[in-house]
Design a protein around this ligand. Structure first.
Ligand SMILES: Cc1ncc(COP(=O)(O)O)c(C=O)c1O
Length: 171
């Protein structure tokens, strides 16, 4: 199970192309990858918001009646396409996922590796609702070149989700 938020057979959204271990995180949990692929428009990658909305429709073809799409693994900045998503993009994606009862797992590990004109927008800072429906993944490994030490940090502002996460890890 992925943090006990999902159960085998549930759908987890990825936005390909994306950091390949995300795929293993989903399948090792017995969940199904639901790809909402990024779109390349005029040399710029963007998210497919219509595709995202479609995924939450009840008739979504990959899932049985008892399984649901529960979460998205959002990559910001996105590895490998290099987009640091702007506020409007994050809001649009988050509103679709949270509005449909989902949780956003936001991998922000590359947040300090930006061009000077860019500014990282942490998912949890958008609104109280976003903060209470997200799991933030961070690590000093990229910024300080410490890969391999397995020293990531998971930030879960919502107590219920946090307790759930702790119980799943230790129980
Ligand atoms: C988006 C993303 N998340 C997580 C990781 C894992 O980081 P680490 O190498 O510190 O385990 C990477 C590594 O490339 C990554 O690109």
């Amino acid at each position: 199970m992925l943090f006990d938020l999902t159960h085998p057979g549930d759908g987890v959204i990825l936005q390909e192309p994306v950091y390949h271990p995300f795929f293993l995180a989903v399948t090792n949990s017995g969940c199904q990858i639901i790809n909402n692929g990024l779109k390349l428009i005029n040399g710029k990658y963007i998210m497919d918001y219509n595709g995202l909305e479609d995924i939450f429709k009840p008739q979504f073809e990959f899932l049985s009646d008892s399984n649901r799409v529960k979460t998205i693994i959002f990559c910001n900045p996105h590895n490998p396409v290099g987009r640091s998503w702007d506020k409007e993009e994050i809001v649009r994606m988050g509103e679709i996922v949270i509005g449909n009862g989902g949780i956003v797992i936001s991998d922000e590990i590359h947040c300090e590796i930006l061009f000077k004109k860019q500014k990282h927008i942490p998912f949890a800072t958008i609104s109280k609702e976003f903060e209470q429906n997200c799991i933030i993944c961070m690590s000093p490994s990229k910024t300080f070149n410490l890969a391999g030490l397995e020293i990531s940090t998971i930030i879960i502002p919502n107590k219920k989700i946090r307790d759930n996460f702790i119980n799943t890890r230790t129980g």
